[in-house]
Design a binder for this molecule. Structure first.
Ligand SMILES: Cc1cc2nc3c(=O)[nH]c(=O)nc-3n(C[C@H](O)[C@H](O)[C@H](O)COP(=O)(O)O)c2cc1C
Length: 192
């Protein structure tokens, strides 16, 4: 088995707020589900769930739950998702919130797959918990990890001016010397 070029897929992933309303084909949604469900999880518990908003009511509820900043762009997305984790299937262990780690890994796999297929995609933490739970009938035992908006790209000038400004911001990352330590927290050093 050859090693797939995963690094370029990881580097290619980015978040965007620019969506064409054209629907995403069922086979592409199926590919997103495949990426999501093949994520690793502690003890392979797979404590994740994914909701695809299909009906008018579900899609309107998803839109309404968004914080104002996200409401300025995300409702245009043709594909509206909810990522959920179930702590009953993956309880905290030694103080580790394992179900959120697992849910985050599945979320990341979905984001990478979406970009690799030419979709724009963006995860969101800005939404109202109660509204999401009510709209999608999510049991209290489960945690909502993120909402995700996805769709084919559209020209940025189709977006409201304030959203265009956000889209123009440079993507930046901390320098490795700031985030990688050797032997003890805070101790930076030369890479091996
Ligand atoms: C869990 C999570 C929550 C996020 N929440 C929001 C959000 O509410 N609104 C938003 O515009 N972007 C949100 N983002 C997108 C981040 O802002 C984005 O990933 C970050 O700026 C890095 O940019 P990049 O994804 O293009 O590398 C979120 C991303 C993640 C992973």
């Amino acid at each position: 088995m050859t090693t797939p070029d995963i690094t370029s897929a990881l580097r290619y992933r980015s978040s965007s707020r620019a969506f064409d309303p054209r629907p995403v084909e069922p086979e592409k949604i199926a590919a997103l589900v495949e990426a999501f469900r093949w994520a690793p999880s502690s003890q392979n518990k797979q404590p994740w769930r994914l909701i695809v908003a299909r009906t008018e009511q579900a899609r309107a509820g998803w839109d309404t739950a968004l914080d104002p900043g996200n409401q300025a762009w995300a409702p245009r997305a043709p594909l509206k998702l909810v990522v959920i984790a179930n702590p009953e299937e993956q309880p905290d262990h030694h103080g580790q919130q394992r179900c959120l780690v697992d849910g985050g890994l599945a979320l990341h796999a979905l984001l990478v797959q979406a970009c690799a297929m030419g979709l724009n995609v963006r995860a969101m933490a800005g939404w109202n918990q109660d509204k999401v739970r009510t709209t999608f009938d999510i049991p209290n035992s489960c945690l909502v990890v993120a909402l995700v908006a996805a769709g084919y790209p559209c020209p940025v000038d189709a977006l409201p001016a304030e959203v265009q400004q956000k889209e123009a911001r440079a993507r930046v990352r901390r320098d490795p010397t700031e985030i990688v330590f050797y032997d003890r927290f805070g101790a930076s050093g030369a890479a091996m």
